[in-house]
Design a protein around this ligand. Structure first.
Ligand SMILES: [Zn+2]
Length: 69
């Protein structure tokens, strides 16, 4: 019984940092925007008047442990 050596068929692909950086910055901005709306969009830090956005993200707010009421 012989064991044949198996050559890896998939090679890692190198992705230059210059191609990832704009998408990383974009993702960071989206993340911070969502984090603001979920975590801080109420009361004194509210941009939009009313409670519509707060009520829309209310369950996520409690799920993530942000203080609410
Ligand atoms: Zn709440």
């Amino acid at each position: 019984m012989t064991i044949a050596a198996v050559a890896p068929s998939a090679r890692p692909v190198s992705i230059p940092v210059g191609e990832i950086l704009p998408w990383a910055v974009f993702g960071e901005l989206i993340f911070l925007l969502v984090l603001y709306f979920v975590g801080a969009e109420q009361g004194a830090t509210s941009i939009f008047p009313g409670m519509y956005i707060h009520e829309f993200v209310h369950d996520g707010r409690h799920l993530l442990g942000f203080p609410c009421h």
